[in-house]
Ligand binder design. Sequence first.
Ligand SMILES: [Zn+2]
Length: 424
Amino acid sequence: MIMRKLTTIICSCILLFTGCNTHSAPDIEIFKSVIDELSSEKYQGRGYACDGVIKAGEYIESQFIEAGVDEVTLQPFCIDVNTFPGEMEMAVDGKQIVPGLDFVMREYSPGIKGSFNLYFIDTAGYDAEKIFKEIAKDENENSFVVCDFYFTYKHKDDFNKLQSNGGAANAGLILTWETPLKFYKAYAEKVIDKPIIWTTSQIIKDAKRVEVNIENKFLEDYESNNILAKVSGKRDDSCFVFLAHYDHLGNLGRDVYYPGANDNASGTAALISYANYYANNRPEFDIYFLAVSGEDTNLRGSTYFVNNPLIPLESIKYLINMDMVGDNNPIQYCEVSETGTDGFELMEQINRQEGYIDGFNRGELAANSDHYPFALKGVPCILFENENGDAFPYYHTTQDNIETVKYTLFEPLSSIITTFIERY
Ligand SMILES: [Zn+2]
């Protein structure tokens, strides 16, 4: 743990000169500029292979300091993670296709290089015994097996054999999936025997051969930081916590990275804007701003934090997790922990009175973002994740970028949140 105490020089002198309160609400310009910065090429999708997550962490720390917080603490932790930092080429019958757009990798896939025949699974007349016999024949040996991704769920045991050495003689799997193709990292803490490539049925149907040149790199004990900033309130017997993950999916080969403007440069940007607001509008209770890493690799940063808390979890009055708030659906999706219902009802009441947004859509509590490990520990908390707005279809695609992210909900949602902090 690295603790950095900062001397706070509040810009009250500037306020004296300007003679007006420039901090009546969290600043949307800070929100926009942090999203712009974090989704830029410099941070390479805030993944691990190119140290994007480290550079992003340094930038976030500097932004908290600039915002005027009282204290920033770094909490390092390690993960094992599979990455794709190098070659990422694929051609179907001699025609080159585009990584990220036309094909993506299963997160735990190894690399592979060579030219391969294709063997298409007959899903209509599915007969596993026949398929394994055919794959063992000379002409099919070392081929890529092609199948619909969702179909593989129905026959998991068979497909597990097709992805492991000794299970069958195929080279790997090509699974056809929805468009736009999504890339996940959640189960990247291992590498399986054989490569799995996702592509569209449009691209692979009727094809005869593929050529691939794909490199992976498995990183062990890769260290990144959770970043905890604090604005001291008038009393310190309990606190509020704002939470957001700043890591994202990183690279898919040397030339392609996932900007993650909505997921979750947006939540991180909201944290920095709120830190600036509260540093200039001293709150009643202490407020912490926790930017965590490792979310897209299975909530690793937040899980590490709840198991090694830098603040007593019992002292948290309420925790607000912001994940994908760069969108425009006026019905705000949320998840609330069992102990967080009172707080959520107050937020609903505030919104009913003021009509900031059209309403909330409360979903089942799930392990889909960083509030979850806190909820399991009994912390009163809520997740704000905007779903089904115009940015949402690009979730986990290369098009989740500065062009598709939306700023619409920042101000109304911030009004609900700041009013809630005042009243709860
Ligand atoms: Zn996210």
